[in-house]
Design a protein around this ligand. Sequence first.
Ligand code: SF4
Length: 239
Amino acid sequence: MSTSTPTAADLTDDELRALAERAGSELEGAHPREIIAWAARTFGPDLVLASSMGDEVLVHLAAATAPGIEVIFLDTGYHFAETIGTRDYYADFTAIHLTTILPLRTVAEQDAEHGPRLHDRDPNLCCALRKVEPLERGLAPYRAWITGMRREDAPTRTDIAVVGWDTRRNKVKLNPLAAWSQADVDAYVEAEGVVLNPLRQSGYASIGCAPCTRAVAPGEDPRAGRWSGTSKTECGLHT
Ligand code: SF4
């Protein structure tokens, strides 16, 4: 008979879901550091953080709280050079273990199959091919994942839990920054000297792929620069 202590890896999906919902209540109001520390203790190697490098504060917090944490970065092939540079900085100089996930097809192969500039003609398909499928592949080995989503980001995110259950993937989903305001983020950046994507200095408040992101004016909704001029507001990773 095994005498080892059960870990999250031993739990059924139902048990994991109950654990996530309980933790969501207990950790509401906790500092993101505390939430990440709980996740690292609870899930160990079954935990991964998915970063777009537009969530530098989250990566900084995770590196400081859970050194060696697994991080996946989805390289869509359309990122700004500044975003790739930010990824390289965090991979090379902080205590994370970063894996870059590529889409199944290069941009050239996608162009050959679907025609050029698919992002202009069918951004949902482009996101499905270059973000959603790679994320599913990247998350597959893990039972819990961390995102940088905040309730303040968008009307679609106002009720996200700090720890909850991802019904689409049957995994625990952690949003340690859920309750943080932009002022909280800015204060952390200032206090900890967080290295930011240089695009922030040029008015890019929310940073995605280059063809689908523009800078915003002071006072403008931070996400107004994403898929600007279309009705699209989400890439499909969280919906
Ligand atoms: Fe394609 Fe734009 Fe989605 Fe990036 S954000 S995957 S370029 S549609």
